[in-house]
Design a protein around this ligand. Structure first.
Ligand SMILES: Cc1cc2nc3c(=O)[nH]c(=O)nc-3n(C[C@H](O)[C@H](O)[C@H](O)COP(=O)(O)OP(=O)(O)OC[C@H]3O[C@@H](n4cnc5c(N)ncnc54)[C@H](O)[C@@H]3O)c2cc1C
Length: 615
């Protein structure tokens, strides 16, 4: 089996976009002339490119990786051609507004495309992904010169972008960065070392625009002393053409467990005369600007988590239908019993059903957050806009951390479904798992995300943002209740929501009493608990939407008759898809949500042994 067997789950993407987010009815002057039909065509075209051109790179890129030769980085064979095809078809512009030369699509549609390309080959998708984030930062915060000279080249994909925060002593502690920027007329000279820079050097574009954090000589310590600079690999002549090579040089690349086709570079900055950099905004505003890029990238990493998980689940499902092993449990004593495909075994069904619910729930989260961000930007000042921003802020660390960790779990289960073959490179799932591990580490480790969630986001607006999230959950529970037939699930989600509320109250009480250690010790547990509740709410909403649709598709078929139902689902793809939505909430509520009881118990335990232990 090769990467070329990769298939996009278009029906589920379209279900979230058109049934759950109701994009057919989404009207705004910014999207004049666009409609659901166009969005469906975009998804179909992205899927075609991903399946035919990008997915075949995945295993090959993993086998060869990037090569470092005398300061230059060579991407794996096929990357350059695929990147050219990607650019030619305008995909680098898909996430940008029309007024700057982008396609101007709703953000949720653009993010659906990002998922499609990422699932096909996460390493390849890193290059346009970081470029898009750099372009957005310049569009929002850059000078007029940056907007006219750099932005069009980034949007067209002619040049690419990076984000350079990390230094050897400054990983999670970004404020410990030591790269120095000294004023030199209208520009600055930067000197230091940046490490782990994704796409920091490669052969896909002729110029690279580094978005680099550095501190000016008199700046205060910590993050408040950081400023943001644009540091091009090649400086520009007055007419905009490429000029001299800037003093920023790749001195090596990392050899990694996954995403091997994505270059991870050490950059020596300013070893000769100092690298020329141009400040974004003013001195000391660096972290504030960089956060714009980081918030967007955090949703993007959540998308990476579920995109790779979706590909892994799909591979596991196909394998489980093909692989024949053993007999049905009821017949295990009969040596001559019929041998069955492993999908008939209860334990395999457990792994597949849970993975499916998780993947589809996470996809709903990513696309919904993209839509929320879209609504907020279109109408930032109204009460509704404010509410959208609040929800987005609270849920961004959950999207990043929950989707990356759960996505990794799904890839792990996909290997398990494959048995020994899953451990071997003949099948794609071991690569999916290796690729997926980085998502929990970069863009702020998941531990840092959890602390951000508990320490900042849940406390935002005196806790009002958190209350809004709970209210949003309640509305979804009511929808499921209204659909009828889900009393058990409604009860289970309600209990999980109450556990989240009680856990938050408990930790907030500790915080108010001056205990910072215990709340932070449990921050990750809170993130998991919160994530489970949010995913359950999204799956509940999907089930409430799917139930009447299934009844319509079923026509006169009696869905309460197991034989009639099975025969319908086996012969009708749409009925099977919709029934899967009802199964998802049942599986998630019964097999995943009960762990929230354990999490709440852990969070409310006052044991401090680990904090005080002498290791
Ligand atoms: C493949 C790859 C690509 C990358 N791409 C980029 C890029 O494009 N640009 C860029 O700037 N960086 C990039 N990074 C760097 C990445 O963002 C950092 O590795 C990450 O932020 C963690 O920093 P660190 O590795 O120094 O780990 P550390 O900060 O040393 O963390 C180690 C452990 O300690 C924990 N920890 C640290 N501080 C705290 C704290 N205060 N409280 C609780 N726990 C804490 C962490 O959660 C983690 O578990 C990349 C890294 C990799 C491996």
């Amino acid at each position: 089996m090769s990467g070329s067997s990769f298939k996009v789950n278009r029906r589920d993407l379209e279900f979230v976009l058109f049934e759950q987010l109701d994009l057919d009815a989404f009207q705004h002057p910014a999207y004049a002339g666009y409609d659901g039909e166009l969005y469906r065509t975009v998804i179909a075209e992205a899927s075609r490119l991903a399946e035919e051109t990008i997915a075949p790179l995945n295993a090959k890129g993993d086998a060869v990786g990037c090569r470092f030769e005398a300061g230059e980085v060579r991407t794996p064979p096929g990357y350059r051609e695929a990147y050219q095809a990607f650019r030619d078809a305008g995909w680098t512009a898909v996430v940008h507004p029309q007024d700057v030369g982008g396609q101007g699509l709703p953000v949720s549609v653009a993010l659906a495309c990002v998922e499609i390309f990422t699932a096909a080959c996460p390493a390849f998708s890193m290059y346009p992904g970081l470029t898009a984030a750099a372009a957005n930062l310049i569009r929002e915060r850059g000078s007029d010169w940056m907007k006219s000279a750099l932005l069009p080249k980034l949007i067209s994909g002619e040049w690419s972008g990076t984000m350079c925060l990390t230094e050897p002593q400054a990983g999670s502690a970004v404020g410990d960065a030591r790269t120095i920027a000294t004023r030199d007329g209208d520009s600055y000279r930067l000197r230091g070392t940046k490490i782990f820079v994704s796409s920091g050097e490669h052969d896909l574009t002729e110029n690279i625009i580094h978005m680099m954090l550095a501190r000016t000589p008199d700046a205060p310590p910590g993050i408040k002393g950081l400023s943001l600079f644009v540091v091009p690999k090649f400086l520009l002549n007055a007419d905009g053409s490429l000029g001299a090579r800037n003093d920023v040089v790749c001195s090596g690349i990392e050899h990694k467990m996954g995403i091997k086709g994505s270059s991870t570079c050490t950059l020596s900055v300013g070893d000769k005369d100092g690298a020329v950099g141009f400040i974004v905004g003013r001195e000391g505003e660096g972290i504030q600007h960089m956060f714009l890029m980081m918030n967007e990238a955090r949703i993007g990493v959540g998308v990476q988590g579920y995109a790779v998980a979706a590909a892994a689940y799909d591979a596991a499902l196909r394998y489980a239908k093909d692989r024949v092993q053993g007999t049905r449990a009821e017949e295990f004593k009969d040596a001559n019993a019929r041998r069955v495909a492993i999908i008939e075994h209860a334990d395999v069904r457990r792994m597949l059903a849970i993975s499916k619910a998780q993947v589809e729930g996470m996809r709903a989260l990513g696309l919904w957050l993209a839509h929320l961000g879209n609504l907020w930007h279109l109408d930032p000042d109204s009460a509704e806009g404010q509410k959208n921003q609040d929800l987005l802020e609270v849920l961004t660390p959950i999207c990043k951390a929950y989707c990356s960790d759960t996505g990794f779990d799904v890839t792990r289960q996909a290997i398990q479904v494959h048995g020994g073959y899953g451990y071997c490179s003949e099948y794609p799932v071991e690569q999916y798992m290796r690729d997926a591990k980085i998502f929990s580490i970069y863009e702020g480790t998941n531990g840092i995300q959890a602390m951000d969630l508990l320490g900042r986001k849940m406390a935002r607006n005196g806790g009002m943002s958190f209350m809004q999230a709970l209210q949003w959950v309640n509305e979804r529970i009511e929808k499921l209740e209204g659909a009828g037939g889900f009393d058990t699930e409604v009860g289970l989600i309600g209990k999980a929501r109450d556990r989240l509320g009680a856990s938050a109250m408990h930790l907030s009480g500790l915080g108010m009493a001056g205990d910072a250690g215990l709340p932070m010790f449990h921050a990750y547990d809170v993130l998991l608990l919160f994530g489970d509740v949010v995913i359950a709410a999204l799956l509940a909403e999907q089930a409430a939407l799917a139930k009447p649709m299934l009844e319509r598709v079923a026509g006169g078929v009696d869905l309460s008759n197991p034989t009639a139902r099975r025969s319908l689902l086996e012969s009708n793809d749409e009925a099977r898809f919709l029934a899967g939505k009802l199964d998802n909430i049942r599986v998630f509520a019964s097999q995943v949500l009960p762990r929230t009881a354990g999490l709440a118990h852990i969070i409310q335990s006052t044991d401090r042994t680990a904090l005080d232990a002498v290791f």
